[in-house]
Design a protein around this ligand. Structure first.
Ligand code: SF4
Length: 345
């Protein structure tokens, strides 16, 4: 049975004072939910930090519940249309476990329930009538908390009304509930994935030890049927804010046919300050891992700017300036090893 309160959690793991003092009615608003699959992983502090709430959440009262101002960019009730080419459909507010760094905590775990047939239809029709939309993120919450029949209904509506739009299946269930990916569910996904624009699996693994045998098998079920997998990690203090961990994560992702895609700066959402890494340190990490990783293994360190500002790539500045040489302009670059090189214009 999933764990929903500290009393039940204390029966299976010993808690520290900060965890025990968490106030479920505090200002951070995200309920506690830890799935069965996560319990054996809680002995790893990096995984525990992501799922076991602490009193620090109650103290971190600054920041917005909706730093990206998604609520102001609704195309339809469940469809967020903040960027021209893509939109996010909130399939449900439920997840198998709630991540303490969740940026959508204004919505996740708030009993909004699954999207109705009318809400799915409205979103699909909106996407079909806005030709700029090329991708829809099926997100939430977690799409895979829905029943097979609801998932099938949703995929069939999107496929019949906007077949040319790519669907991104955004989920943490490959970690939090890998047994969810049954033969029946995968048959449904395979059927609809072959009917139009491609599907992409978007995972969120933040630490190499989250790539358990079971979670890797769950991802492989998608990749084996031709659905590419991309990983979006979040840079989190005490979880993965060191080069060694992020390099090991990228290596393990690639070995499991998952492309490391983004490394997100944790959004300034209320209740998450204690998990956030300084951007200055983030840039240092980005530079150091870039020196060790191939282009294929390197995720893009990215910040989603507050007030709906959009995504920006954060990277060390290798271009140092421009100069003249023998009457011709040339650029001055810093190499990954810290040396200087010139590039003719
Ligand atoms: S799985 Fe996603 S939506 Fe659910 S709590 Fe985690 S980050 Fe939030």
């Amino acid at each position: 049975m999933p764990i929903t309160d500290m009393r039940k959690l204390e029966a299976v793991v010993s808690l520290d004072d900060d965890e025990r003092a968490w106030d479920p009615d505090g200002p951070s608003t995200l309920p506690m939910l830890i799935s069965d699959s996560l319990i054996p992983l809680l002995s790893n502090p990096a995984i525990r930090h992501q799922f076991v709430p602490t009193a620090s959440e109650n103290r971190d009262c600054i920041g917005s519940l909706d730093p990206q101002q998604e609520a102001e960019h609704h195309g339809t009730k469940r469809l967020i249309h903040r960027y021209g080419s893509r939109a996010a459909f909130c399939t449900t507010d439920s997840c198998f476990a709630y991540c303490r760094h969740c940026f959508r905590r204004r919505f996740a775990g708030h009993l909004a329930g699954p999207a109705s047939r009318e809400e799915i239809l409205a979103a699909a029709e909106y996407a079909a009538s806005h030709k700029g939309i090329k991708e829809i993120l099926l997100t939430g919450g977690d799409l895979f908390t829905l029943s097979d029949s609801r998932i099938e209904e949703m995929l069939s509506i999107f496929r019949s009304i906007c077949p040319g739009v790519i669907l991104r299946l955004c989920t943490r269930a490959v970690l939090t509930c890998p047994e969810r990916f049954t033969n029946n569910l995968m048959d449904i996904i395979r059927r609809y994935a072959s009917m139009g624009a491609p599907f992409f699996l978007m995972t969120q693994f933040n630490h190499p030890e989250e790539l358990t045998e079971r979670s890797c098998r769950a991802v492989a079920r998608f990749v084996d049927i031709g659905i590419p997998a991309f990983n979006q990690s979040v840079l989190l203090k005490g979880v993965n804010d060191d080069e060694e961990t992020l390099i090991a994560l990228s290596d393990k992702l690639l070995m499991n046919r998952i492309k490391p895609y983004y490394l997100f700066q944790d959004d300034p959402v209320r209740g998450t300050d204690h998990l956030r890494v300084d951007i200055e340190r983030g840039l240092e990490i980005e530079r150091n891992i870039r020196a060790s990783l191939s282009g294929l293994a390197m995720p893009q360190y990215t910040a989603d700017l507050p007030d709906g500002g959009g995504k920006v790539i954060l990277t060390h500045q290798y271009l140092k300036g421009r100069t003249m040489h023998d009457g011709r302009p040339r650029y001055i670059f810093e190499t990954p090893d810290g040396e200087e090189r010139y590039y003719p214009e």
